[in-house]
Design a binder for this molecule. Structure first.
Ligand code: GLN
Length: 455
């Protein structure tokens, strides 16, 4: 009830939610009843959670921030949502996002932007700005996001939250409306490292409904976080600073807080080493070919027949005319831009030059990571090059918007896990700054251990 009251009080200003779950109190009461009956409940039983609107929720609309899915109510839960319900968490509602998770500010949502609770004139990051803002504004204690190129970690950075992109394949994508299937991962947004770990423990693990799901046994991330919180010395831990992600072009206050965090880690006994990842220079360019290529294919299913909106052209027309009119009306400008880029990059005659080259760069970036992880146990960088920028500032400059992802994209291209956590406020604007920790694939527990120590 406290969270619903908070939503009622602040969400007209913040606009983190697209839909509030009318059944939340009823679900909470059912959990209370189970508890009263002496049932054994999980650690997060009864805890409310906000869910990014890219995740399918039975009985609750799921629009992915798009007009084309306005009012669509999925007939099933995403696996991660089903696991939340099975662990007795209480879905609070669906959070705002850039349309189909394309963007870094939530300004590409068809339903209007989310505002950063730290300063309502600023962006909350994207695409999962709604989930991060809900947590930062105390409208929800925890949330789910999805991260294809930074959409959990960058919003966490600019709202002073914790956000984790797990190892690719470790959390099910079943029922997560796909943006780029080889990059997408669902993960937690929270105020503490332990909270993120507790959510990760609930949603993670093999799912036969996702063909890329890993069959690994995962350790308890909550236990890793608890051990990390008690750990006083980092002796023996090698922390690699990626030279290319410690760029002089970053905002001064971001670099300053990042270097202070490095000093803190060194004073706890960690060995700080510089590592070089020369191909990171091409990561954003490769990503903005691979992502549109996969997205253009994934979004072909929005054909006016199977889901959501249907627009009949005046005077009638062929099936193709109906499809064209629906997609014209249902998709926003950023989505159309990426569909055009993607279909172009995949077309005969251009495929090798664009998509093929981008995939080769992706391999080089994976090799850069392998070399770096031979020298360091965990890699670090600022989570984002700037603090929260002003609403409207980058909206008409897609390239400037894309460049905000420079620090987060490499981890998606390599499939490795990344965590963003707050490290103070930038002196020049008083806004949150985040540090990103990255570990080799399958070593997500390292992030929780070190994150909890640093926190
Ligand atoms: N800013 C990235 C993009 O626009 C983020 C995508 C994501 O992680 N969903 O593609």
């Amino acid at each position: 009830r406290a969270h619903l009251d908070r939503i009622a009080a602040v969400d007209t200003d913040v606009h983190a939610f697209l839909h509030v779950n009318a059944a939340a109190l009823e679900t909470a009461a059912a959990v209370d009843a189970k508890r009263a009956a002496g049932e054994q409940l999980g650690e997060l039983a009864g805890v409310p959670i906000a869910i990014k609107d890219v995740l399918c929720t039975l009985g609750m609309p799921s629009t992915a921030g798009s007009r084309i899915l306005e009012g669509w109510v999925p007939p099933y839960d995403a696996t991660v949502v089903a696991r939340l319900r099975a662990a007795d968490l209480v879905p609070l509602g669906k959070t705002n996002m850039d349309e189909f998770a394309m963007g870094s500010s939530t300004e590409h949502s068809a339903y209007g932007p989310t505002h950063n609770p730290w300063d309502l004139d600023r962006i909350p990051g994207g695409s999962g700005g709604g989930s991060a803002a809900a947590v930062a504004a105390f409208e929800a204690p925890i949330a789910l996001g999805s991260d294809t190129g930074g959409s959990i970690r960058q919003p966490a950075a600019v709202t002073g939250s914790v956000g984790v992109k797990p190892t690719y394949g470790s959390v099910s994508r079943y029922g997560a409306i796909a943006l780029a299937s080889s990059l997408d991962q669902v993960g937690p947004v929270s105020r503490t490292v332990l909270d993120a770990a507790l959510v990760h423990d609930v949603i993670g693990g093999w799912d036969p409904r996702d063909s890329t799901s890993l069959k690994d046994e995962w350790p308890s991330f909550a236990q890793a976080a608890r051990e990390g919180a008690r750990q006083e010395s980092l002796a023996g831990l090698r922390i690699g600073v990626v030279k290319q992600l410690d760029a002089p072009g970053f905002q001064a206050g971001v670099s300053q807080r990042f270097h202070e965090a490095l000093e803190l880690l060194a004073s706890a006994g960690a060995e700080i080493v510089e590592v070089s990842a020369p191909n990171f220079e091409y990561a954003v360019a490769a990503y903005y070919l691979i992502l549109p290529a996969e997205a253009s294919s994934n979004l072909a299913k929005f054909d006016s027949v199977r889901f959501g909106l249907r627009v009949n052209p005046a005077g009638g027309g062929t099936v193709e005319d109906v499809m064209a009119a629906t997609r014209e009306a249902g998709f926003g400008p950023e989505v159309k831009r990426r569909i055009i880029l993607g279909t172009y990059a995949l077309s005969a005659g251009y495929y090798d030059a664009y998509y093929g080259s981008a995939q080769k760069v992706r391999t080089l970036i994976q090799r850069d990571f392998s070399a770096a992880f031979a020298e360091a146990d965990v890699l670090v960088s600022p989570s984002a090059p700037t603090t929260a920028f002003r609403l409207g500032e980058k909206l008409n400059d897609p390239l400037a918007m894309y460049l905000n992802d420079v620090t987060t994209i490499p981890a998606n291209l390599a499939g490795i896990p990344g965590m963003g956590l707050p490290i103070g406020l930038a002196p020049e604007d008083g806004l949150p700054v985040g540090i990103q920790l990255m570990a080799p694939a399958r070593a997500d527990d390292r992030l929780y251990r070190l994150g909890a120590t640093l926190e």
